[in-house]
Ligand binder design. Structure first.
Ligand SMILES: Cc1cc2nc3c(=O)[nH]c(=O)nc-3n(C[C@H](O)[C@H](O)[C@H](O)COP(=O)(O)OP(=O)(O)OC[C@H]3O[C@@H](n4cnc5c(N)ncnc54)[C@H](O)[C@@H]3O)c2cc1C
Length: 390
């Protein structure tokens, strides 16, 4: 590793430095400070300036099949409400529920709901009449759905900001506009070099989201996290036409797919301010921020076929963001296999808001060496680092 120059840089000591002030870094900070670690969060920009600023804010259990991610999501959903109570619930956290609908063959959705019910998900099948009571404006052509009352929503940017404000009130520090340039390990300690500072610490959490692979590289290790672009359409404020998060059941397959090509499925939800958010697209196009009219048109067409009432809605804006994608779709949570003291908490793809609470708690427990809330093995960075996956 290259030598770290100490010239003209302010030196700061801490027990733990968290890289990244997105929702994952914020939740890591929330649990680290509770465990008594002197903790600093640093970001090259500002709070929620990465993917957290592009996320829709769903805290979902319904879009996951039984397995480690769903186990983590169920715990995380409960923790979100604890964090909300601790911080003062000032980030629009609400358990509004989700509704997944089948446009044609209901069997795959029925089977998924049944398997989810067996592991603790509240999944209630609904016919057309029940569906129209839940969602009066949904197309009458939809005959079958599953209602998931546990699905919740928050405003992710506000959540990251409020959680980090609370963290600072409890003695933590947040330092913005310091890009991590290099991480060096020597004599059991770690140094992080940014343009103006050097942080000396024993523990680092890499919570740099889509850019976590680059942080691993700057520390002399590696992590296969890639960007997966997604668009969101935002309507002008409307009367309340959509009461839950409503989505096509093929969304679950799109989430789980490793295909690099464009995939779209309808995901619609209202917000407190009256705007309606329309997604979801997924494609691996690197960090290309440009707009794609075909994707936007496709999302709009799919949305109006599910909610015909939206056909005259005006779009306020369209934006995109980059989900932090790992090759097996599971987040990477745990110690680096090569660098002692470096931990990763990243790669949550399209579920980073929802999974952030349990991920932050889990990583704080791993650092403290206490019994973790869930078996961390499926999330370990070692699954890629030792197998050499790229
Ligand atoms: C369109 C879209 C919709 C989504 N909807 C949902 C949803 O409804 N529910 C859900 O759960 N998830 C959703 N997601 C996914 C979710 O937004 C992400 O998984 C989550 O925001 C990742 O959070 P993070 O804190 O890991 O990363 P980020 O928010 O990206 O934070 C990483 C931070 O690291 C900083 N950083 C990077 N490199 C450096 C460096 N070298 N030095 C210092 N700082 C650095 C960045 O500036 C950034 O602030 C969506 C994503 C997209 C794109």
């Amino acid at each position: 590793m290259a030598h770290v120059s100490t010239s003209a840089r302010e030196e700061i000591g801490a027990d733990l430095v968290i890289i990244g002030a997105g929702i994952v870094g914020a939740m890591c900070a929330h649990y680290a400070i509770a465990s008594g670690l002197r903790t600093i969060v640093i970001d090259r920009n500002s709070v929620a300036s990465g993917t957290t600023g592009a996320g829709e804010g769903n805290i979902m259990v319904s879009d996951k099949s039984p397995g480690p991610e769903l186990d983590l999501a169920l715990i995380s959903r409960e923790l979100w409400f604890e964090v909300g109570a601790r911080v003062g619930d000032s980030f629009e956290l609400v358990a509004k529920g989700g509704v997944s609908v089948a446009r044609s063959n209901p069997k795959p959705l029925h089977d998924l709901a049944e398997s989810q019910s067996r592991v603790g998900v509240d999944a209630r099948e609904v016919d057309q009449i029940a569906l129209s009571k839940l969602e009066p404006f949904i197309s009458p052509e939809i005959k079958y759905g599953v209602h998931y009352p546990q699905d919740a929503q928050c405003q992710p940017m506000l959540a990251a900001a409020r959680i980090l404000q609370d963290f600072q009130r409890r003695g933590g520090k947040v330092i913005a506009r310091q890009e991590v340039l290099e991480i060096e390990e020597s004599d059991g300690a770690l140094s992080i070099r940014t343009p103006d500072m050097i942080f000396r610490t024993t523990h680092i959490i890499n919570a740099a989201g889509t850019w976590a692979g680059e942080i691993a590289k700057r520390a002399g290790s590696d992590l296969p996290i890639m960007p997966r672009r997604g668009f969101i359409l935002v309507t002008a404020p409307l009367p309340q036409y959509v009461f839950h998060k409503v989505y096509d059941s093929d969304y679950v397959d799109n989430v789980a797919s490793s295909d690099a090509d464009l995939q779209t499925s309808t995901v619609i939800e209202g917000t407190k301010s009256g705007t309606i958010l329309i997604g979801a697209s997924r494609e691996r196009v690197g960090y290309d921020k440009s707009m794609s009219v075909p994707v936007i048109k496709k999302l709009a067409r799919q949305a109006t076929s599910l909610f015909p009432v939206l056909k005259d809605a005006q779009l306020l804006r369209v934006y995109n963001g980059f989900r932090p994608y790992s090759p097996d779709h599971l987040p990477v949570i745990g110690p680096d296999s090569k660098i002692k003291g470096l931990y990763h908490c990243a790669g949550h793809e399209g579920a980073g808001i929802g999974l952030s609470a349990a991920s932050g708690k889990l990583i704080a427990e791993l650092i403290q060496g206490v019994k973790p809330l869930i078996d961390p093995t499926p999330f370990s960075p070692a699954r890629f680092q030792l197998a050499g996956v790229r």
